[in-house]
Each structure stands twice: as structure tokens, then as C-alpha cells.
Design a protein around this ligand. Structure first.
Ligand code: NAD
Length: 280
């Protein structure tokens, strides 16, 4: 039986720490402000944006909302980002992705001042991470490091296998694990003999986007398994699942994150942490 890594509890701790820091900043007369931009009215994006605003409220930070119409232009969005970049009251800027198809997302991300890029997606911040400089780190992988550390998982010297090489999860995850002195292997859709590689892992991080793909045959006895995937396998049911087949892997793993309640809640907690750090 694996020990559960409790993302709900750990994310709550991180948000409470942020709340304390915001209160201390307020005593010094410093306000913390996040600007959130949403383009269009995609219902899933609206839920994410609302959750981010609620988290700001919880930690005592201000949130400014900007809603652009679905048919607004790239220039309008870039102009808004320019205004927020030069507004000293705004510490963090977040553009909710994905944008409608007619936008150039890369240009939008590059326009955000890297020192206000609380999502950690700007190439400058990605570069800072890869050369070991301070900067904003993509929230989901940063949250996974916190899950591991706060669950007393030793990382240094361990074999870490990451499945997935996306820019927001897999790649920054590999850099962070390297920074923590793990021996890191990245697997992806063209990896041959995947289970042979993953069975070497002391720490297996799964970010594939395929419901329940990873079963016990991919996991070494006693491994720590982190499941980044979030899926609703049946649109009518409220039940969620991850990229890991929990029922199959849980008896083999040493520690494991559940879905929901594992990696999911960490992303917003780390966004709040990035926001507070942007001021500090
Ligand atoms: P992505 O689609 O951008 O990347 C998936 C990666 O998996 C790719 O690099 C691909 O090479 C690899 N892959 C695909 N099929 C594979 C296979 N059969 N074998 C090995 N590798 C394979 O996905 P992403 O944005 O990194 O997200 C991954 C999952 O994590 C999704 O389910 C997503 O919903 C979830 N996610 C969760 C959070 C969170 O807050 N918990 C945040 C981001 C993403």
C-alpha cells in the first residue's frame, strides 16, 4: 500500500504561508497585485480564472480582471500587456491560455515583462531556469518539487524518470529535478521500450495526457509516482482520473499522488507563491 501524497494539504500550507507574507508586506505598506487577462468566454478558462482570483482573495492579494472579447485583436491584447508592464502597482501578469486561434500565443507570452511573468512561460525565465539563475518557474513542476520535499522524498542522487516533454510540464520538470541533483531521464512519444526505462525510476513523474496509461508494469516496487494528468473519462460523471492507473499502481508504489487532490491544487498555490516572490 502506497502512502498518499496529499496535494490538498500541501497546497493549503503554501497558500497560508503566502497569506502571512502578504500580511507582512501590507504592514510595510506594500500591496500585492495580480492582473489576469482572459480573451473570450471559454467556460473551462473562466473556471480557472475564477479560481485564481479566489486564491488571490484568500492570500490577501489584489486581483485585476481584464476580459477581452473573443474577436479582439493581437494588437489590443499586446497594448493591454504593455500598459500592465508599465503599471508599478501590478506585480504579476497572467494571460489565461489557450487563446482563441487567431492569436499568436508566443508573441503574447514574450510581451509580458519577464519580471511580472508569474506563469514562468517567458523564454527569459525558461532560460534562467536552465542556467540555474533565479526567476519564475512554471507552476505545475514547481508544485511537484514542493510535493516531493514536503513529503520527505529525498531527490538527490535518485533516478528520476519524467514521461512527457511539454514546455509547461516535462521540460521545466527535468530542469528542476536536475537542480535538485537527481539523475534525470525524459521519455516521450518516440521513446522505445518505455516500461524498461520507467522501471528504473525511484521517482516517476507522469505528464502524458493519456488517461490511466501507466499501470503497475511501468513501475518499480517502492517508487514515488507523481501523476500530473487530469481527465474526465466520462463526460457525465464527476469522477476524474490521471495518466496513472491508480488502482493498478498504488499497491506497487511507495508513495503516490491521487487524482484529484494531488498535483492539481499545487498549480494555483505555486502561482500565489510566484506572485508573492515577485514583490519580495
Ligand atoms: P502535452 O500534450 O503538451 O504533452 C504530452 C507529452 O507526453 C508529450 O511530450 C508527448 O511526447 C508525451 N507522450 C504522449 N504520448 C506518449 C506515449 N504514448 N508514451 C510516452 N510519452 C508520450 O501535455 P502537458 O501539457 O504536459 O500535460 C500532460 C497532462 O498533464 C495532461 O493530462 C494535462 O491535462 C495535465 N496537466 C495538469 C496540470 C495540473 O495542474 N495538474 C497542469 C498542466 C497539465
Amino acid at each position: 500500500m502506497a502512502e498518499l501524497i496529499d496535494g490538498k494539504l500541501i497546497s493549503a500550507q503554501i497558500k497560508d504561508e503566502c497569506k502571512e507574507k502578504v500580511a507582512l508586506l501590507k504592514e510595510k505598506g506594500i500591496e500585492v497585485t495580480l492582473a489576469v487577462i482572459q480573451v473570450g468566454e471559454d467556460p473551462a478558462s473562466s473556471v480557472y480564472v475564477n479560481n485564481k482570483k479566489k486564491a488571490c482573495e484568500y492570500i490577501g492579494a489584489n486581483s485585476l480582471s481584464y476580459n477581452l472579447k473573443e474577436d479582439s485583436t493581437q494588437e489590443e491584447l499586446l497594448k493591454l500587456i504593455d500598459d500592465l508592464n508599465s503599471d508599478d502597482k501590478v506585480n504579476g501578469i497572467l494571460v489565461q491560455l489557450p487563446l482563441p486561434k487567431h492569436f499568436d500565443e508566443d508573441e503574447v507570452i514574450r510581451r509580458i515583462n519577464p519580471d511580472k511573468d508569474v506563469d514562468g512561460f517567458h523564454p527569459i525565465n525558461v532560460g534562467r531556469l536552465s542556467i540555474g539563475e533565479k526567476g519564475f518557474v512554471s507552476c505545475t513542476p514547481a508544485g511537484i518539487i514542493q510535493l516531493l520535499k514536503r513529503s520527505n522524498v529525498e531527490i538527490e542522487g535518485k533516478e528520476c524518470v519524467i514521461i512527457g516533454r511539454s514546455n509547461i510540464v516535462g521540460k521545466p520538470m527535468s530542469m528542476l529535478m536536475l537542480r535538485e541533483n537527481a539523475t534525470v531521464t525524459i521519455c516521450h512519444s518516440r521513446t522505445k521500450n518505455l516500461s524498461e526505462v520507467t522501471k528504473r525510476a525511484d521517482i516517476l513523474i507522469v505528464a502524458i495526457g493519456k488517461p490511466k496509461m501507466i499501470d503497475a508494469s511501468y513501475v518499480k516496487e517502492g517508487a514515488v509516482v507523481i501523476d500530473v494528468g487530469i481527465h474526465r473519462p466520462d463526460p457525465d460523471s464527476k469522477k476524474l482520473c490521471g495518466d496513472v492507473d491508480f488502482e493498478s499502481v498504488e499497491p506497487v508504489a511507495g508513495k503516490i499522488t491521487p487524482v484529484p487532490g494531488g498535483v492539481g491544487p499545487m498549480t494555483i498555490a505555486m502561482l500565489m507563491s510566484n506572485l508573492v516572490n515577485s514583490v519580495e
